[in-house]
Ligand binder design. Structure first.
Ligand code: ZN
Length: 289
């Protein structure tokens, strides 16, 4: 405890030294972050320690303060984009608190979680409860999901004899290992994994709130209705992406990841025939690019 206090004092001094006496804007900036942290556990303290004020900018526009979240310090490589990561031991990630998720052991990038905390606290004021069903999933986890479907342990895809058709059927609901946006720690699945839930009642209220407000916190729905894209994954009203980081990963995926990088799982010989990068990874809602 004393160590943590000492560390906090040192960090405060460094911040004051680096950024001078806080102006009104930087004070507001701190308040935004503090609001997020007030009711939370020690996990949130960790976010604060690594989340430098330079990654959030408050600007004044027509007498209205708007918060613009600038790309955090992002360091990544091809392995990162492919989800070849161990989130538990990676300081860019943090475990999601059980008050925000349906299960323990779920991870997100720190700035994704911080933005979610801001969003869910404001949503609560409008009587909207957001809960995370799925966060970061690495290559191995996605490989298990994919191969369980491919081999028949889950579902009846094994009945489809033509392998190309089998792959496209699985792709209606699951990404190939190495191609899931969930690898990046920028994606959250919220509340329910069925579109029908979001068409009426409580689900529709939640979806309408997200459609209207999520962008204020940096979130975008990458798998929008298929009218706005051609082919690719089905619409997913539950899947939201933290754009300040994920847009960088999306852009870099097309130049860094090659078809040959997508291997090591059943059906990987179909990667180039399926044009998986163009038809699936990059085929998202234009507003999320
Ligand atoms: Zn998802």
């Amino acid at each position: 405890m004393i160590k943590i206090l000492f560390l906090l004092i040192i960090i405060t001094l460094i911040i004051l030294f680096s950024f001078g006496v806080p102006t009104e804007d930087t004070i507001n900036n701190s308040l935004v972050i503090s609001n997020v942290l007030v009711d939370n556990n020690t996990a949130s303290e960790n976010i604060w320690l690594d989340f430098t004020p330079s990654s959030v900018l408050i600007s004044e526009e027509k007498n209205q303060k708007t918060k613009e979240i600038i790309n955090p310090n992002i360091d990544f490589d091809t392995k990162y984009l492919l989800g070849k990561l161990n989130y538990q031991n990676d300081s860019r990630f943090i475990e999601v608190s059980l008050e925000d998720s349906v299960k323990s052991g779920m991870y997100l990038r720190k700035e994704t979680y911080l933005a979610f905390k801001q969003m869910t606290q404001d949503a609560k004021k409008d009587k909207i409860d957001l809960i995370i069903i799925s966060g970061a999933r690495n290559f191995e986890t996605q490989k298990n999901i994919w191969e369980n479907k491919w081999s028949g342990l889950i579902g009846d895809y094994y009945l489809i004899e033509d392998e190309y058709n089998k792959a496209t059927s699985i792709l209606e609901q699951s990404a190939m290992p190495g191609t899931s946006r969930h690898h990046w720690g920028t994606e959250i699945d919220l509340n329910n994994l069925n579109n029908s839930y979001f068409y009426g009642g409580e689900g529709l209220k939640i979806y309408n709130w997200l459609a209207e407000n999520a962008s204020k916190y940096g979130f975008c729905q990458p798998y929008s209705t298929q009218d706005s894209r051609s082919g690719g994954y089905q619409e997913e009203r539950w899947h939201w992406s933290y754009l300040p980081t994920s847009s960088v990963f999306t852009q870099q995926y097309s130049s860094l990841v090659k078809n040959d990088d997508l291997s090591g799982f059943l059906g990987d010989h179909l990667v180039s025939e399926l044009k998986i990068i163009v038809n699936y990874v990059l085929n998202i809602n234009r507003e999320c690019l």
